[in-house]
Write a protein that binds this ligand. Structure first.
Ligand code: ADP
Ligand code: MG
Length: 348
């Protein structure tokens, strides 16, 4: 799939390490005034003056976090950036810089890395961040990518996982479960393709699901929206491993319980129909699917009027005391204990 786009193959060894870094990073432009110095020295120099700096990192391993048989490298580069920015926005902060480190085997020609960096560059442009450094090394087998994201916030604007209070409302952005079902569709097509390499998949009806899997977006808009609405969440987390496990993280860190209402969980119509096709419960998928990169947060009851008209935000439950437990209130109005089944490669 990847080789189709770019037919020539230039060996990395033809450029050498420094030639490669220069080649891949030559288009990166500095846009942020907090970047004093970007790529090219021993370290980047950033200046946040009186702001607090936030820093977060992620590691993606071929065969564990992504499968290059159906993930185009350009999408992989884009996604590697976006998943990190999502963690910055989950602190209610502004993302400003990233570093990108890669380990590559000689299986990858220069053209493959150009694709990867085209995705990184697109994300940097869309999210208005600077690529200020990284590291390049070799790997004996697969591809490894690590992105570190940096951002800033006023101290009083930072939102932690630990601030949820009894009676707060639990709010989620966007809709859930689509990225996981996109992965199921891609896995199914991969199997069909292995049996019959001439098959031409018709994936039109799955566009939204596949896009959510291959080209997720981070909710840069939400810290901005909340500021405009004059709402400061009491706690916040991004949804990378599935709603269930993130709700549990928030509750444990805040020492509270929750009632989460099954019938309030926002689902796209395409998720409902694909779950019927795969004979899966859409609630289970929304709770455990993961990779949605939506934000989950709590607000004080008195802030409800400020958010209630916004179609991006859905109230899905309310915080209780710790003793009441972490519960899912089902459509049949039964309360069951919420369990984390989040996507966890270490458990698998
Ligand atoms: P050092 O040997 O001091 O680690 P390098 O030669 O690895 O320095 O890197 C030179 C410059 O290029 C540094 O600014 C570094 O941050 C940057 N850089 C290296 N690899 C990458 C990469 N894969 N993506 C972006 N920048 C990179
Ligand atoms: Mg280095």
């Amino acid at each position: 799939m990847i080789e189709d786009k770019n037919t020539s193959r230039t060996q990395i060894s033809e450029l050498g390490e420094f030639g490669l870094i220069d080649h891949l990073t030559k288009n990166f432009k500095i846009k942020q005034k907090t970047t004093n110095l970007g790529i090219g020295d021993d370290a980047a120099v950033l200046d946040f003056e009186s702001k607090k700096c936030v820093l977060t990192t992620d590691l993606l391993i071929e065969g564990v976090h992504f499968d290059l048989s159906y993930v185009p490298l350009k999408h992989l580069g884009y996604k590697a950036v976006v998943v990190n920015l999502s963690d910055v926005y989950a602190m209610n902060a502004t993302a400003t810089q990233i570093t990108v480190s890669i380990a590559i085997s000689n299986r990858f020609p220069l053209e493959a890395l150009e694709e990867l960096y085209a995705g990184i560059e697109t994300a940097a442009k869309i999210y208005n961040i600077d690529v200020v450094g990284g590291d390049t090394t070799s790997s004996t087998t697969g591809l490894i990518i690590s992105v570190t994201a940096v951002g800033y916030a006023n101290e009083e604007d930072l939102v932690y996982r630990s601030g949820a209070k009894d009676n707060d409302l639990l709010v989620v952005t966007g809709d859930l479960g689509a990225a996981y079902m996109g992965l199921q569709v891609l896995e199914r097509e991969k199997q069909v393709f292995e049996v019959n390499p001439n098959s031409q998949p018709d994936l039109d009806q799955y566009t939204y699901l596949i896009e959510r899997q291959l080209k997720p977006e981070a909710r840069k808009d939400i810290p901005e929206l909340l500021k405009a609405l004059e709402v400061k969440p009491t706690s916040m987390i991004d949804i990378s491993d599935g709603l269930s496990s993130e709700v549990i993280h928030l509750c444990k860190r805040s020492k509270v319980g929750v009632n989460l209402y099954e019938d309030k969980i926002p689902l796209d119509p395409s998720v409902i129909s694909i779950c019927e096709e795969f004979k899966l419960s859409s609630t289970t998928i929304a709770l455990n699917g993961g990779e949605d990169y939506e934000l989950l947060f709590t607000i004080a009851q008195e802030d409800f009027p400020k958010i209630k008209a916004n179609p991006n935000l859905t109230v899905i439950g309310h915080i209780t005391d710790e003793k009441s437990g972490i519960g899912l209130v089902t459509r049949a109005n039964e309360k069951i204990e919420l369990k984390a089944q989040g996507w966890n490669p270490i458990k698998a």
